[in-house]
Design a protein around this ligand. Sequence first.
Ligand SMILES: Cc1cc2nc3c(=O)[nH]c(=O)nc-3n(C[C@H](O)[C@H](O)[C@H](O)COP(=O)(O)OP(=O)(O)OC[C@H]3O[C@@H](n4cnc5c(N)ncnc54)[C@H](O)[C@@H]3O)c2cc1C
Length: 425
Amino acid sequence: MPNLSRRSFGALVGAGATSLALPYYARAQGKPKAVVIGGGAGGATAARYMAKDAGEDLDVTLIEANPAYTTCFFSNLYLGGFRTFESITHSYDTLASNYGITVVNGMADAVDRDAKMVVMADGSKVPYDRLIIAPGIDLIYDSVPGYSEDAAEIMPHSWKAGPQTQLLKAKLDAIENGQQIVMVTPPNPYRCPPGPYERVSMMAHILKEKGFNDSKITIIDPKPKFSKQALFQEGWEKHYPGMIEWYGPDVHGGIVKVDPSTGEVETDFDTFKGDLVNVIPAQKAGMIAAKTALTNESGFCPIDPKSMRSQADANIFVIGDASIAGDMPKSGFSANSQAKVAAMAIRGDLTGSKVFPAKYSNTCWSLIETNDGVKVGAQYAPSPEKIASTSKFISQTGEDAAMRQATYEESVGWYKGITTDIFGA
Ligand SMILES: Cc1cc2nc3c(=O)[nH]c(=O)nc-3n(C[C@H](O)[C@H](O)[C@H](O)COP(=O)(O)OP(=O)(O)OC[C@H]3O[C@@H](n4cnc5c(N)ncnc54)[C@H](O)[C@@H]3O)c2cc1C
């Protein structure tokens, strides 16, 4: 029977012993149980790393609502025609067959923190010793007056990849010359800060490819500035002159409402009418996080920067978009990086294996036009208050074509590497 070391026991006590039941070896008959809710960039990585590194010492279960996962990352490239939908959709089969992970296909409806049980929507229960919650985001539909889940069938958000992404692609492909596209972007914090602006670039790429010079894309932004702004605006000027207008709040004065029946976006200053309207509302942690009482007033989950352990429950870790990860943006790269830290901490808790100091990293690439890629990224380490950035980099305006092509090719390599790291090869 593995030992829980003095060091890791101390860590557990420090993390809030009052909420902890006895260590696993004092009560469990079988192997300790690590359960993950959410098989996305964060959750699937964590499950794979725990199963891979703990081998026979840990029983790993992954609970996921959907039978397959479509990545939001590179979904913009699918819109732009650079990727097929199949190439951004991944199965859980390898995690089950090669790593011995029990994949439960269903919706986790609640967590009984006292009994340490995940309660599934069908009423079945999944017991855990340590739980990772990685549900990604939920959309706050009414943050944009007039918008709703039903309205998203007409004005797709496409901020969760899958049918919504295919709907937006179908609407984009149906645009005719002279028709207008309007995008309402979200307030901070939201998943993938450069994502809306990469999406606009990919939409413009399609319009340009078809020679639709009379069509325009208008961005109504609730933020006064956005990620990689100088890089995007330089790229839009170069590749799509006159095609893209960006309005910050000092110009439009505020978003009053959207009307799915007319395609109108009303602001304090003016009303914009789109033949295609893409509304990306405000966001919060996926439902299960709030239902488990792990969120604060921001709608996201405070964590210990050293481990991703929830500040509300020492037996639970929150990773990815649902967490408050300090300086880290909400990205697939971040979620994958945080997953490895949480997986190591859980192995330490449950098997006594060594826990090394946490390090995190992120890079977000964006494609502006064919072979014109830009990136922004950073390294991070835990500080007493938060996950803090320790060094940063960003592409520069005016870079030559060879550098931009290399940056794009780097992103293609990254996609292959990260999806293998998440779902196994
Ligand atoms: C258009 C767009 C472009 C993007 N581009 C990039 C990029 O280039 N690079 C990058 O790094 N990031 C990018 N991102 C961001 C990235 O997709 C997210 O940050 C990342 O997916 C977050 O990972 P996660 O594990 O927290 O959540 P997700 O990947 O969303 O996974 C959550 C999973 O949990 C499941 N789930 C939720 N609740 C439950 C429940 N109760 N029971 C069972 N299952 C549940 C969901 O079905 C889902 O599969 C992009 C996002 C968008 C929208």
